[in-house]
Design a protein around this ligand. Structure first.
Ligand code: PEP
Ligand code: MG
Length: 755
């Protein structure tokens, strides 16, 4: 039999009809109100792959290393091609369509849901991993069944199966075909408290079809009923902005706005709650354990769409596993969903807001956790609203890492798969020190802001070596100044331009040169004013073309094979003096306004040629290099090796950009999470270049500094102070610790000389 009706199956038939099918059959058998349905059995999937002979090729294709994301993607694509590209044998097709014909005269809209044989088993909540199609009608049914089969091999499914130790060959998939309930209201229900197991029945309810609630796209009303007294303990009525509905003709489901009067209205009345409680108790009793139930109400009748055991209740009151459908969640150490690099310290909890390239940023609400491939400059306003940031890509010096640190927002970068593993609305807790992402909310005590996480001494230690601070976004100036730093060791100018969301060339085209200059003057002035008279080292524009590409005007950026090795920093400025001249004009104006604490720093120079050309342009722009403090970043091995001739050209300072110096010395792309473990600023080769450069600079009376991320690391601080560096510039959150570390090393040096 390729197909079985629900009333022909029960809970022992998981092998034939999968977890979902068995559970629905069981419920129907127990007299619970389940919409009519049949199941295309797991055996049908088996005979499809075996009869058509694609089975071996399929299992070979998905036998990959789950941590190799490109191999995983290729495996999924090949599995899909094999399954979708192979015709369904005639007798199978006919049997499925004939059975469908017996469901409501063959005109029903049906939901087609995968029901994997390893799914919904206790301790293995595969929930949500396989495909569901709503509002399918006759002609599409066979295709949709095949798509469900193919969904057994999504990247996520392959990945989880490998992790949970399930063999791909032993996991089959059945497909449930069920009449759609055109729900007026729907939601989920936990028949006991999902983490403590207490006798409380918790119902979540929203308007329209339930898919939006299950996917966490709308915030539902919440009702808690005491199961002993049957009293309603609490009602929280949510502001329900959107709902999922079916268009009558096409059957397509769409999200629409909830009509005004219903937005803040309570979804369930007393009778409906009573029916749900009755059904909930009946289901729990039937199974002998607490259940997580999806339900819907149509024309006053309550239907059960599915039920599964709650896998989150602690057996012994200890740690909990993850909750499938949201609800009252609580984080523990066991439920780490993903790990990445802890890029900005602190612990934050919130609802996931996945931000794709084309998404509107207003979907990020106050306190949400942004989950994205990589942040872009136009996300900064949303990043300020967020309680935390998670990215798939990037390293410790990526845009996400730098900006989150300055905003004081905890961040985990380089998680590889957060955007595909997490879903909107899911409650998570991220730890920006450890780099973990966990299910649920942190305990209140854990939810400290960055400042509280790092115990800070109120006393600023006096140090001979200056301790400065890095600033990328002018909005962080106040926080940065409050650290008591001796100045700004790096102000990245590109963030002022990037935040306009236009490339420099596009900005000038649209608004004119003066407006562009004004943009820079204002950004720098904010910071220079905040720190005056302490020095502020402003770096001229340095963004790789791939960062510019995401902006308006980005289409005119050169398409580079490796932007990190390409058109950026001083190279671009010297190639486009017509644009660079505006930056220099901004400096001239700032000096004219009295900001003599502003210093000019040139990024990514290699040799004296770069320096002399830039110096000439400064002079052309009426900036007197002998009067102003200016210098270079040492970010390439070439610049470290050629520092003496640059000293001869008149630079006042050299500042180690260890993010780039490490990348170019070790040939490790700093933005590539894949090789993040090889990105080591303390590598002896990097330290040797730094040590030599400090020595040359001391001989030539050139001040030295560090403004790369490594300046915030204690071991690097020890090394640099011992080598005799003039100043260290750290991230905002690290300034106080660095001050103390510098003090400690300096005292030790003094002690060593007297001993
Ligand atoms: C560096 O390379 O260390 C640096 C500070 O510059 P950026 O990170 O902006 O390239
Ligand atoms: Mg750099």
């Amino acid at each position: 039999m390729a197909v079985l009706w629900l009333d022909e199956v029960g809970k022992d038939d998981i092998d034939a009809v999968g977890g979902k099918g068995a559970s629905l059959g069981e419920l129907a058998g127990a007299g619970l109100p389940v919409p009519p349905a049949f199941v295309v059995t797991a055996g049908t999937y088996r005979s499809f792959i075996e009869e058509t002979g694609i089975d071996e090729a399929l299992f070979d294709a998905v036998d990959v290393d789950p941590d190799d994301s490109s191999a995983l993607a290729a495996a999924t694509a090949e599995a899909e091609d094999l399954i979708l590209g192979t015709e369904m044998p005639d007798e199978l097709r006919e049997e499925i369509l004939e059975t469908y014909g017996n469901l409501d005269d063959g005109e029903a809209f049906v939901a087609v849901r995968s029901s994997a044989t390893a799914e919904d088993l206790p301790d293995a909540s595969f929930a949500g991993q396989q495909e569901t199609f709503l509002n399918v009608t006759g002609e599409n049914l066979v295709q949709r069944v095949k798509e469900c089969w193919a969904s057994l091999f999504t990247q996520r499914a392959i990945y989880y199966r490998e992790q949970q130790g399930f063999d791909h060959r032993s996991v089959d998939i059945a497909v449930v075909v069920q009449r759609m309930v055109d729900a007026e209201k729907s939601g989920v229900m936990f028949t006991s408290h999902p983490s403590t197991g207490a006798p409380e029945l918790i119902v979540e309810a929203a308007w329209g079809l339930g898919e939006a609630v299950v996917a966490g796209e709308v915030s539902p009303d919440n009702y808690v009923v005491d199961r002993d007294s049957h009293e309603l303990d609490s009602v929280t009525v949510a502001d329900k902005k959107t709902m999922c509905v079916k268009e009558p003709e096409t059957g397509e489901t769409t999200m629409v706005d909830v009509p005004g009067e219903k937005r803040e209205a309570q979804v369930l009345d007393e009778d409906e709650l009573d029916s749900l409680v009755e059904i909930g108790e009946q289901v729990e009793e039937h199974y002998g354990e607490p259940q997580d139930v999806e339900w819907a109400i149509f024309e006053g009748d309550v239907y059960m769409l599915q039920s599964r055991p709650i896998t989150t209740i602690a057996d012994d009151g200890g740690e909990q596993a993850s909750v499938a459908n949201g609800g009252d969640e609580s984080a523990s150490n066991d439920d780490v969903l993903l790990t990445g690099l802890g890029a900005s310290p602190g612990i934050a909890s919130g609802a996931v807001a996945i931000v794709g390239k084309l998404d509107q940023l207003d979907k990020v609400g106050e306190g949400d956790v942004i989950v994205t491939e990589m942040t872009t400059p136009d996300m900064v306003p949303a990043m300020k609203r967020a309680s935390g940031i998670v990215t798939d890509e990037g390293g410790m010096t990526s845009h996400a890492a730098i900006v989150s640190r300055e905003l004081g927002v905890p961040a985990v970068v380089g998680s590889q798969s957060a955007t595909s593993t997490l879903s909107d609305g899911r409650q998570i807790t991220i730890d920006g020190d450890k780099g973990t992402i966990r299910e649920g909310e942190a305990d209140d005590g854990e939810r400290d802001a960055v400042e509280e996480v790092r115990p800070q001494s109120p006393v600023k230690p006096m140090t001979a070596t200056e301790v400065k601070v890095n600033v990328s976004i002018p909005e962080a100036a106040e926080r940065a100044a409050a650290t008591g730093a001796d100045g700004v060791g790096l102000l990245r100018m590109e963030h002022m331009i990037l935040s306009t969301n236009k490339t420099p060339e596009k900005y000038i085209d649209d608004h004119g040169e003066d407006a562009y200059i004004e943009e820079i003057v204002e950004g720098v002035r904010n910071v220079a004013e905040e720190f005056y008279p302490r020095p502020v080292r402003v770096r001229t524009l340095d963004a790789p073309t791939d960062e510019f590409r995401q902006l308006e005007g980005g289409e005119s950026e050169p398409d580079e094979h490796n932007p990190m090795l390409g058109y950026r920093g001083i190279r671009r400025s010297l190639d486009r003096p017509d644009v660079f001249v505006h930056e220099l004009e901004a400096f001239r104006q700032l000096y004219g306004m009295g900001y003599d604490n502003v210093e000019i720093m040139l990024p990514l120079v290699n040799d004296v040629e770069d320096v002399l050309q830039a110096k000439n342009l400064m002079q052309d722009a009426s900036i007197d290099p002998d009067k102003r403090s200016w210098g270079v970043m040492v970010e390439t091995p070439a610049s470290a090796l050629r520092i003496e001739e640059m000293a001869d050209a008149g630079i006042d300072f050299a500042s180690f950009g260890t993010n780039d110096l490490t990348q170019y010395t070790l040939a490790v792309d700093r933005n590539n999470g894949q090789v993040a473990d090889r990105f080591d600023e303390l590598h002896p080769a990097v330290l040797e270049l730094i040590g030599q450069t400090i020595e040359s600079c001391r001989e030539n009376d050139v001040a030295t500094s560090i403004c790369g991320q490594a300046g915030s690391k204690p071991q690097m601080v020890q090394f640099l102070v011992n080598e005799g560096i003039s100043s260290i510039s750290a991230n905002i959150d690290a300034v106080r610790d660095v001050q103390h570390e510098v003090k400690r090393v300096e005292q030790k040096l003094v002690l060593d000389t007297v001993r």
